[in-house]
Design a protein around this ligand. Structure first.
Ligand code: F6R
Length: 366
């Protein structure tokens, strides 16, 4: 049942405040300073002794892995590598016994991700699954894991799975950062508190829906689109572009903003919409100068900014305002308007939002 929404995708976008809460419930308590997950506690030594964390996944789950790379390295100082499962499995990869391999998969059935963890196990690594579907193949094949509690995701385009994956991975990073002492006590407690109130901010970010619709109407006929972000929001740019291409069939590319001048800037003219993720926290000044570069080449700028922003507003053609949060948690918020934007563009183009052409919800063949 779509619960009064026109599409499952929209329903699932709107479920994010509650499913993020479901995902941390019983695991996170900011007042008590606790963040724990059974699968992590039972294997805490494996995590703490890890020389390296390897993340394997596909598609949107791979994007969640990239966000996690930034978070893990910052909070735990453990080196992280994020691999497309399909590339990893066929590369004769280097896998060590003291590697922790995290497999991220909504369905828990993705063939390449499954093959990647089998290979990791054969080589003696500890495999931890972050899956949504309880009892799925990947969750069973993993040594341990932590479920996302997103509930069934019906729309082929992944939305709530992505934000709940980031929630679980952030909690793991917090737990390890605290234990290793790589995250200060103050930062640890601040992040716990911020994560606890993230559902409220996601709710606030959903209020950008009308704005997203208005922007969608202006750009629905664009043949191409660029998404730019830096740091924690670089993977969000990739995810924004993937959402747009898969449901609206508009060609879109995500880039780290600073890579523009190494090629993609040649694409920019007055017909190119460029969606820039530019929250106040993070590399704000850098992204402002990236926006200036686009502007001077007449690109159309749609910027996702923190409420109250003035500097980007002066440069951008459209701004979407989101609530402020720390840099590390911002992907949970910046993702929301991008999901809404692709949704509305797809609807306006008459696309089959919940079942885009050529795509399957669960990719059980390679
Ligand atoms: C994009 C999308 C796909 C999946 C990918 C991995 O919206 O849904 O890119 O993310 O096929 O699927 P899981 O997470 O089930 O392994």
């Amino acid at each position: 049942e779509k619960g009064g929404y026109d599409h499952f995708m929209l329903k699932e976008i709107y479920e994010q405040p509650s499913v993020i809460k479901d995902t941390y419930r019983g695991r996170l308590n900011a007042n008590l300073g606790i963040v724990q997950m059974a699968g992590v506690e039972d294997n805490i030594e494996k995590f703490l002794n890890a020389k390296r964390i390897l993340i394997v996944a596909c598609g949107t789950s791979w994007h969640a892995g990239l966000v996690a790379e930034y978070i893990f390295e910052e909070f735990t100082r453990i080196p992280v590598e994020v691999e497309y499962a399909s590339e990893f499995r066929y590369r004769n990869p280097i896998i060590n016994k003291d590697d922790v391999v995290i497999a991220i998969s909504q369905s828990g059935e993705t063939a390449d991700t499954m093959a990647a963890i089998k290979l990791a196990k054969e080589n003696g690594a500890f495999v931890f699954g972050v899956c949504n579907v309880v009892g799925s193949s990947i969750s069973r094949e993993s040594h341990a894991g932590a479920y996302t509690h997103a509930g069934p995701e019906i729309g082929v385009a992944s939305t709530k799975a992505f934000t709940t994956q980031i929630t679980v991975l952030t909690m793991i990073a917090l737990r390890l950062g605290k234990a290793k002492g790589t995250l200060s006590n103050t930062d640890f407690h601040t992040y716990l508190q911020e994560l606890e109130i993230i559902p409220e901010k996601v709710k606030e970010a959903l209020e950008t829906n009308d704005r997203a619709k208005e922007i969608a109407a202006a750009f629905k006929d664009a043949p191409n689109c660029l998404y730019l972000g830096r740091g924690y929001n670089f993977p969000v740019a990739l995810e924004g572009a993937l959402k747009l291409k898969e449901i609206s069939y508009i060609h879109a590319e995500g880039y780290p903003a600073a890579e523009m001048k190494h090629g993609p800037i040649a694409l920019i003219d007055e017909h190119m919409p460029v969606i820039v993720i530019a929250p106040k926290q993070g590399h704000y000044d850098k992204i402002v100068s990236n926006i200036q570069e686009i502007k001077s080449r007449s690109g159309k700028i749609i910027a996702v900014v923190t409420k109250g922003d003035t500097q980007v507003r002066e440069l951008a053609d459209y701004v979407i305002e989101i609530p402020e949060t720390s840099d590390a948690l911002s992907p949970l918020i910046t993702t929301i308007p991008l999901q809404l934007l692709s949704y509305h563009i797809a609807v306006m183009r008459g696309c089959n939002v919940d079942q885009p052409r050529n795509l399957a919800k669960s990719v059980t063949v390679e």
